[in-house]
Write a protein of this length. Structure first.
Lengths: 373, 338
């Protein structure tokens, strides 16, 4: 008899290994928990189970060849990562982008953001024990995947953006389909409201739980819905507009409470805002080229240090390029939002009950391959 | 029928009923869930996937039974039986129809609750015996949950015993004869809070049988599979059957105490052989309607937080059920002729 329970009967805390294969971590995240009963004394996220050295890859392949890698970091909002990298290289090499291409980028990125938020919504409610909303959300998401498949050719790990434009133009079917999707989604949101958001059990599980203060969010560099749920009005699309975002009228939902419910509400509101952006973009869509006449094959940015940030579904995704003037990067640093968002987990979860801590983890919206890169 | 044959017949019937119920409630649950979630559900094995439970059973039975490292072999093996056997035992006092009952015992209600409380012991011992931290956390939750919910449940049952003056389940059903408004749930003249009693009883039976939104014993997104984490093959299968048998018992009790058991909603009772099936039909109809509600709830609501669950019991259900008990007692004392 030397089972786990027989060891150290007198010690008051015990270590609980959560993951890397645990249903609530949604991927290969491992959290080492020191528990006192069901209360968490200390939580230490252990990373690296899906580390693929994307940054190093960026340093030893040419600028163009790194493009497919961008879709494989955050597999749920791959187009934002395309946008970040392409934008950084364009800024560094001074490549002009036709206006229509920028509009297409915005439309597809926002569609991707909605699909990411829908999947998060389903998975989050699944973490709380409600199975049904997950399948409803997947149902909606399927529409977006079909739409994006028709223009980009892939359903999950997109590689749609090119230096100076996009790969494929949209057609009338896509525009009609997108408008129909928005109409449908506007009808679905009240249902989610009634089924999930106003559910007393859900409210009791999220309200005033997992509080992240404004100060803490700033200290850990949290961005995206996590920061906006803590009352920080920071959205890269508004604060330093890139692409053509400055031409659209949309709001940045900000909630002051800082609890899991606030983060939930931010994301649910963002779905509506993204739909507004897409509608305006479709209305204003200019005619013209979608990529440079001659494909940009050889990129050689001038020697220097460049940074470009975009607002991905999970927060601010930044690309820092250090170019030495050759056809590969000297250094490619990718700033992924969930890495910073996860880093505050240890501090916030201290003293929480295990199910609350898992609800908190869900509300951070983690995508593990994006943390490890 | 001579007594030994009757006993053997009922043993076979009860075990088959419990087993088939478990198997086909899983099928119903999967089909029901699929319907709620706009899927199809099992459809490959047999027509409408009706043979799926049998395929699942064969799969579970042919799996290797291994003992996790550090587990207590006796507790680990006995625990599933401690969930399953009491549930089957409880079936022997349930009146499926007026004459269709294995044993009409005067303390039938007490017997069911005595056996029902063994269930949680089985879960606790199984979790402890499997030497898994997640299982032990789940077991600790289950025990405190069961303790908390047994109190309002028993208070409600005491109220009902006061009303009916008997613990014989068949007698309780007989006292609800006639039109459907003679069922206890509609008898506001006996106790003003009768529908509330039913609600308390129903919520408590959800909690007692570890069903969503109170499924702390399993809590798959938090504790992997809770108490069942380490159980392979039929060990898990027996737990599962026990769980479903308990759901049937809980729903059957609710039907007997509040919804008139085997009484039909209109005062029409064919005599003789047909009468057995007439009663059986109404009993099963009410039973499965309640069970369907249980399934429906599971696929609609998220799981409650553990302390909310205890709060609900200690701060809401227990005071209400106590108040209900006193109110009913007063009503019986003041209007004894009703």
């Amino acid at each position: 008899m030397n089972g786990l329970l027989q060891q150290d009967v007198n010690q008051e805390t015990f270590t609980l290994n959560l993951g890397p294969q645990h249903p609530a971590t949604h991927g290969v995240l491992r959290v080492k928990l020191v528990m006192d009963g069901e209360y968490i004394v200390e939580a230490e996220p252990v990373l690296g189970y899906i580390h693929r050295m994307h940054e190093k890859m960026g340093e030893n392949r040419t600028w163009v060849k790194f493009l497919p890698n961008c879709g494989r970091m955050d597999y749920l909002c791959a187009l934002s990562y395309n946008h970040g990298y392409v934008g950084a290289v364009e800024r560094a090499a001074g490549i002009e982008v036709p206006e229509r291409a920028e509009y297409l980028r915005v439309i597809t990125v926002e569609l991707n953001r909605i699909s990411s938020h829908l999947l998060w919504f389903g998975a989050f409610v699944l973490d709380l024990g409600g199975f049904t909303p997950l399948l409803y959300a997947f149902d909606d998401r399927e529409f977006i995947l079909d739409l994006l498949e028709s223009v980009t050719g892939s359903r999950l790990t997109y590689c749609y953006f090119r230096f100076g434009g996009v790969y494929n133009d949209i057609d009338d079917a896509f525009i009609a389909g997108t408008r129909e999707f928005i109409k449908r989604q506007r009808k679905r949101m009240p249902m989610y409201d009634a089924l999930v958001t106003k559910n007393i059990i859900l409210i009791k599980r999220l309200k005033e739980i997992g509080h992240i203060s404004k100060d803490m969010a700033k200290r850990y560099g949290a961005t995206g819905p996590v920061a906006r749920g803590s009352g920080i009005n920071f959205d890269v699309r508004k604060t330093e507009p890139y692409s053509v975002y400055s031409e659209f009228d949309f709001d940045v939902p900000v909630y002051e409470e800082g609890d899991s419910m606030a983060r939930y509400m931010v994301r649910m509101d963002e779905i509506e805002q993204s739909m507004r952006i897409i509608e305006q973009a479709l209305d204003k869509l200019p005619e013209g080229e979608i990529k440079p006449k001659k494909a940009v094959k050889l990129v050689k940015p001038e020697k220097g240090d460049y940074y470009h940030a975009v607002e991905a579904a999970r927060g601010s995704f930044g690309v820092r390029l250090v170019s030495d003037g050759t056809n590969t990067a000297y250094r490619l640093k990718l700033r992924s939002p969930t890495f910073s968002n996860l880093s505050l987990y240890g501090e916030v979860s201290r003293g929480m009950l295990l199910p609350d801590a898992l609800a908190l983890m869900g509300s951070l919206d983690l995508v593990i391959p994006e943390i490890d890169r | 029928m001579p007594e030994p044959f009757r006993v053997i017949l009922f043993i076979i019937f009860v075990m088959a009923f419990a087993g088939l119920n478990a198997a086909y409630l899983v099928w119903c649950e999967r089909k029901g869930a699929a319907h709620v979630q706009r899927r199809i559900g099992p459809k490959e094995v047999g027509p409408y996937g009706l043979l799926q439970p049998i395929a699942d059973g064969i799969k579970l039975m042919t799996k290797q039974l291994f003992l996790p490292k550090g587990a207590d072999p006796i507790l680990f093996m006995v625990a599933p039986l401690m969930v399953m056997v009491p549930a089957i035992m409880s079936f022997c006092v349930i009146p499926f129809s007026e004459t269709f009952v294995a044993r009409e015992i005067n303390i039938g209600l007490l017997l069911i609750f005595a056996f029902a409380s063994v269930n949680v012991l089985g879960l606790l011992l199984g979790a402890w015996g499997s030497a898994n931290k997640y299982a032990v956390i789940a077991a600790a939750r289950t025990v405190s949950q069961n303790v908390a919910y047994e109190i309002p449940m028993l208070i409600t049952v005491i109220t009902m015993v006061m009303v009916t003056n008997t613990m014989n389940l068949n007698e309780i059903v007989r006292s609800q004869a006639g039109w459907f408004f003679h069922w206890h749930i509609f008898r506001l003249d006996i106790s003003l809070l009768m529908p509330v009693s039913f609600l308390i009883f129903f919520v408590c039976s959800l909690a007692e049988t570890n069903r969503a939104p109170f499924d702390m014993a399993e809590a798959e997104s938090e504790l992997i599979a809770g108490v069942y984490t380490e159980y392979p093959g039929m060990g898990f299968g027996v737990f599962f059957m026990g769980e479903y048998a308990n759901i049937v018992i809980g729903a059957a009790l609710a039907v007997i105490l509040f919804l008139g058991g085997w009484q039909s909603p209109i005062p029409f009772n064919p005599a003789g052989f047909l009468g057995v099936f007439w009663g059986l039909f109404w009993f099963l109809l009410k039973l499965y309607t309640l069970i369907f509600t249980v399934i429906w709830i599971r696929w609609t609501y998220p799981r409650t937080q553990f302390y909310e669950l205890l709060n609900l019991s200690w701060k809401v259900l227990i005071p209400i059920s106590l108040f209900n008990l006193i109110l009913t007692a007063l009503q019986i004392k003041i209007f004894p002729w009703l």
